[in-house]
Design a protein around this ligand. Structure first.
Ligand SMILES: N[C@@H](CCC(=O)N[C@@H](CS)C(=O)NCC(=O)O)C(=O)O
Length: 229
């Protein structure tokens, strides 16, 4: 397998954590900051992208779903029995739609967090852009909903779930990049704290450099306030 990623990407980190949790070996094609469109092997122009033989996949949740289904028995050489195991599914079979809705809320929240970060590089912030103010409001609303949804034992008690991982990665990104304050939500804070010493998290730190905004993106940005969906 080969994974294309940036080592600052919270979406790629989710995939890297799952690969580490399952002890799956892969070749890394890693870049710091945003890649130029010509160097991304996906129509989405975003990383992570996974190649497994002839198959090429993009979108982190899809990649994780593929890994869980394709390598169900993969385990790390040494498993720590004191820690909850990685969930074998994206969503609990008996709560499929609820968990998929949770994952969708987390993914939307994460995308808005990354948008705030990238646009700040151009001086566009919630203070001077109605569109970014709406994205910030979306993040707050998602976080409030997630705080109501999560339990004292994570999103799927007894498991280190993909929902847990998908939440932790962008919140660490949000904090280390000083994008916005998100704490003050005790259950979500406890979830992030609980897993920080897990080997798969320690093995996949985000880079300490802020991601770069490519000239391609800057040249094509319409003026603030005129963006259509
Ligand atoms: N929904 C995608 C988001 C991926 C994403 O936004 N990746 C960022 C890096 S954090 C990227 O490559 N952005 C390039 C761009 O937006 O042009 C996923 O879950 O994989």
């Amino acid at each position: 397998m080969k994974l294309y990623y940036s080592d600052g990407s919270p979406f790629a980190r989710k995939v890297r954590i799952v690969l580490a949790e399952k002890g799956l070996a892969f070749e890394s094609d890693v870049a710091n900051g945003l890649r130029t469109p010509e160097t991304i092997a996906a129509p989405t122009l975003a990383v992570p992208v996974l190649e497994d033989g002839a198959l090429r996949l993009w979108e982190s949740d899809l990649i994780v779903d593929y890994l869980l289904r394709t390598y169900p028995d993969a385990k790390p050489a040494v498993a720590d029995r004191a820690q909850p195991p990685l969930s074998p599914w994206l969503a609990r079979p008996d709560r499929h739609w609820q968990d998929m809705a949770t994952l969708a809320a987390i993914a939307t929240c994460a995308a808005s967090i990354v948008n705030l970060r990238l646009m700040a590089s151009d001086g566009i912030t919630p203070a001077n852009s109605d569109y970014l103010a709406r994205q910030k409001a979306r993040i707050e609303r998602c976080l409030d909903w997630l705080e109501e949804t999560v339990t004292d034992d994570g999103f799927a008690p007894g498991w280190f779930s993909i929902m847990d991982i998908a939440f932790i990665c962008p919140m660490i990104f949000c904090e280390t990049r000083a994008i916005m304050a998100w704490r003050g939500r005790p259950r979500l804070e406890a979830l992030v704290a609980r897993h920080q010493a897990r080997p798969s998290l320690l093995a996949t730190p985000l880079n300490t450099l802020p991601p770069l905004v490519s000239r391609y993106m800057v040249q094509r940005l319409p003026a603030a306030g005129t963006v259509s969906p």
